[in-house]
Design a protein around this ligand. Structure first.
Ligand code: ZN
Length: 215
């Protein structure tokens, strides 16, 4: 806890004064460009990875970067998406999974269900990963636990992107080209981001992807 308090003291004495003008602009309004949906994992730090500043990203974090399909759970995730699209009118929605995701590891066979026996809420929540199995890349070596884990994390990004599109405000915004959705995979070891290409049905390095310029 002391480390957190020391950090706050540094923020007040050093960081905040240098960015006072920025915070004055942000004090009563926000206009983020993107909704960033990612895992609650402490190793994924969006503002560090993307070098963004306060006001840039509207962030929603859940265990396993799960987005329940529309109508199945009117909770915080659905509300965050609705507000981002309808009120903030974000131009991009980025759904970002990551390497070594504990949530996805927890559902891997053979002992996934047993491991979650004492975590009933988490077990129910991770039920939304079930649909990811349909998106597993063909030819993955199911006998290699690491390969299967990584493949299911990728597949889960695709599954949650599909769930995201079931939300009516997202579907509407997509039809009217008001928003773009992106599926990312962030590798903690290398710092590399891969992006899901719906045309080629594969993940490619983000650097190689021609990003559509912001309007
Ligand atoms: Zn995770």
């Amino acid at each position: 806890m002391q480390r957190l308090l020391d950090g706050y003291a540094k923020f007040r004495s050093d960081i905040f004064p240098r960015q006072k003008d920025r915070f004055r602009l942000l004090a009563d309004r926000q206009a983020p460009q993107a909704l960033f949906l990612t895992c609650a994992d402490s190793r994924v730090v969006p503002d560090m990875i993307l070098q963004t500043e306060p006001g840039d990203l509207f962030v929603c974090r859940t265990v396993g970067n799960i987005v329940p399909p529309h109508g199945q759970m009117a909770g915080g995730v659905s509300s965050t998406i609705e507000y981002a699209v309808e009120v903030l009118m974000v131009r991009h929605i980025i759904l970002c999974g990551h390497s070594d995701c504990g949530a996805i590891k927890a559902v891997l066979p053979p002992d996934g269900k047993e491991k979650l026996a004492h975590l009933p809420i988490t077990a129910q929540w991770l039920g939304f990963v079930e649909s990811a199995w349909r998106h597993l890349e063909p030819g993955v070596n199911a006998g290699d636990p690491h390969a299967l884990h990584t493949a299911l994390i990728h597949a889960n990004v695709i599954a949650q992107l599909e769930n995201l599109k079931t939300h009516p405000e997202v579907a509407r915004a997509l039809v009217h080209h008001n928003v773009q959705v992106h599926g990312w995979y962030y590798d903690i070891l290398t710092g590399v981001i891969e992006t899901w290409d719906e045309q080629t049905r594969e993940f490619t390095s983000l650097e190689q992807t021609e990003l559509t310029a912001d309007r």
